[in-house]
Ligand binder design. Structure first.
Ligand SMILES: CC(C)(COP(=O)(O)OP(=O)(O)OC[C@H]1O[C@@H](n2cnc3c(N)ncnc32)[C@H](O)[C@@H]1OP(=O)(O)O)[C@@H](O)C(=O)NCCC(=O)NCCS
Length: 188
């Protein structure tokens, strides 16, 4: 892990506040886990045998537990619209365990908040936090190769495709093939 950095628990963009998830965000998370179209290309969500309720609780436990860890390992931020106070999704930044100095970022939006640039806006700020606050040397993002909207966010952030790993993402339905995993990267 790189040099010392300041802790941070809140980030801001022009239109968004990024704040820690708390137990009260369960309804938002349950909406994410209950929508198969939203979870289709997410790595941990919607796996065979998981219920939406169990999935939502798994995510919340992970998010809240990591907010208590110091130094930072993973930060899951609730994305909140400044104008209305609505919670619209998730933005994350975390250290990559086996790649020293590399942080990973990610995003999820509820369907009705897509197409407005919020994921790219949050991603820009998460990338800035990774480089400027955490002291990362590189930032990566992963997605299923079929997840064009997420790849578009990565490309808008200036990231470039590093590699595609065949069948690295677990299938969501019995009998389906695993998904191929894209890794995008940007260095400082
Ligand atoms: C991936 C995901 C977050 C992308 O959402 P998105 O809305 O396409 O991305 P953004 O919020 O950055 O919005 C970009 C779109 O808004 C448009 N837009 C509208 N107003 C804009 C503004 N003020 N600023 C920037 N873009 C704007 C852009 O032109 C772009 O549209 P396009 O894709 O048709 O070209 C979303 O599809 C999602 O939540 N999917 C399910 C979860 C998931 O798969 N997450 C990724 C896991 S790796």
């Amino acid at each position: 892990m790189p040099k010392a950095y300041k802790e941070f628990d809140r980030l801001e963009t022009e239109r968004l506040t990024l704040r820690p998830f708390t137990e009260t965000d369960y309804p938002l998370i349950l909406r994410i886990s209950s929508d198969p179209k939203t979870t289709e290309y997410l790595y941990y969500w919607g796996r065979i045998g998981m219920t939406p309720e169990a999935d939502a609780q798994r995510f919340l436990d992970y998010a809240v537990k990591n907010w208590k860890k110091s130094p930072i390992r993973a930060r899951e931020f609730c994305l909140v619209l400044k104008d209305t106070g609505e919670a619209i999704g998730d933005g994350s930044v975390e250290w990559v365990e086996d790649e020293a100095g590399t942080a990973e970022i990610g995003w999820i939006l509820l369907p009705e908040y897509r197409g407005k640039g919020y994921a790219t806006e949050a991603g820009q700020e998460l990338m800035r936090a990774a480089f400027e606050i955490m002291g990362a040397e590189a930032v990566i993002a992963h997605c299923d190769s079929r997840n064009r909207p997420s790849r578009n966010v990565m490309e808008r952030l200036g990231m470039t495709l590093r590699n595609i790993e065949p069948e690295a993402r677990p299938a969501k339905r019995a009998g389906e093939k695993n998904g191929d995993e894209c890794t995008y990267e940007i260095t400082k």
